[in-house]
Design a binder for this molecule. Structure first.
Ligand code: SAH
Length: 349
């Protein structure tokens, strides 16, 4: 069975082989990307013969919804079980006119950030382009017909820049006019900060928005909480980020997760202000979303206020964000972990 969402020529080739006209491919794409067809049978303007034949050679969905949770604030989260048993998460957030989705790029994660649930068991594999698109379409289908997805953040499970070859064709479909039609500047790729891949992205003329998960203002602390930093260092990341800005004119975002008593002290705020000053960046500060079994916690509101006051006095653009979907384990990798424990799902070999 071929995955119809994998962006390659297999559908066009197949239509030709089976002697169906090429325009059928456009019709099929429209059904898929407008989120209106859950099966080939729903594609009512296709001849019955085509629907029957395509059904036996192609599949739309390769995953199964293992869980669907809805938060009090409207955030919805899907836990998808892939064909090989791997499990990933994706989230739909609703804020006024925005319909933002957060999608995964890998099963698990190899980066090992100490506070994050996704990387606790390492990485199993890269997602295919089709599996990345499948998350988008499953989430689009949760919305009423008149509502369209408006933003995508690749901030779910995995390190997107470690799977660029599959991610980019998927994002191309998201931004294509006859795909989801979401403009590139509304699509954010979040990375732990891999300078070579950031440069590659810049040199590919990427128009996507880039967010770098900094989480510490100096290498000593960053090495502790983001272990891959030991082989990279903040200077190289900032250098590649500047290059991305020069080439794309896209203002970068730096993410900073506040971990109680670890990176939340006034000295950290001062160092951060110094590191980022005179750069056209946005600093996003997010309180930690606690993960069961890990010893990290959210700072007190007093500590957060102090941290915030120092940064507001500095010259950098800073935004303090609220967490969403706390009651449904919406942070990276949390739901997979919890259900894994509850159902004792065996890891694949
Ligand atoms: N690997 C990429 C993208 C996935 S993680 C990256 O590092 O950016 C997306 C963001 O969620 C990162 O900034 C990550 O550090 C943050 N994150 C992970 N677990 C979290 C938690 N429990 N609470 C708050 N933020 C978390």
């Amino acid at each position: 069975m071929t995955h119809i969402l994998n962006p390659d020529n297999s559908l066009n080739n197949w239509l030709k082989e089976q002697q169906f006209p090429a325009f059928r491919s456009k019709q099929i794409r429209r059904w898929l990307y407008q989120g209106r067809a859950g099966s080939f049978d729903d594609m009512s303007d296709l001849p019955k013969k085509l629907r029957d034949q395509i059904e036996s050679d192609f599949t739309i969905w390769t995953s199964r919804v293992a869980e669907h949770q809805t938060s009090k604030d409207g955030t919805e989260k899907l836990l998808l079980e892939l064909a090989d048993g791997g499990r990933i998460e994706c989230v739909l957030l609703k804020e006024e006119n925005r319909r933002t989705i957060c999608i995964s790029s890998q099963v698990g994660c190899a980066m090992g950030c100490v506070f994050c649930a996704s990387g606790l068991d390492g990485v199993d594999r890269n997602l295919t382009s089709g599996e990345i698109i499948e998350q988008m379409l499953r989430l689009q289908r949760l919305l009423p017909e008149e509502e369209r997805l408006s933003h995508i953040v690749v901030m779910g499970m995995g390190e997107p820049l470690a799977n660029l070859d599959r991610l980019l064709p998927a994002l191309d479909q998201a931004s294509a006019k006859d795909g989801l039609g979401i403009s590139a500047r509304r699509i954010t790729i979040s990375t732990v900060g891999l300078p070579k891949a950031i440069k590659r992205l810049a040199d590919l003329n990427s128009r996507y928005h880039l967010a770098v998960s900094l989480h510490a203002p100096n290498d000593q602390l960053r090495n502790e909480i983001v272990p891959v930093n030991s082989n990279i260092g903040i200077d190289k990341i900032i250098e590649s980020a500047d290059h991305y800005f020069d080439v794309s004119s896209r203002r970068l975002t730096f993410e900073y997760v506040l971990l109680g008593d670890i990176n939340d002290q006034p000295e950290h705020a001062h160092q951060l202000a110094k590191l980022l000053k005179s750069r056209n960046v946005l600093l996003n500060v997010i309180p930690y979303n606690p993960v069961a079994g890990l010893p990290y916690r959210t700072p007190s509101s007093k500590t957060i206020s102090k941290f915030r006051a120092i940064l507001l006095k500095s010259s950098i653009n800073v935004q303090f964000r609220q967490r969403k979907g706390d009651d449904i384990d919406a942070a990276c990798g949390q739901l997979r972990r919890k259900t894994g424990e509850l159902h004792e799902i065996q890891p694949l070999n």
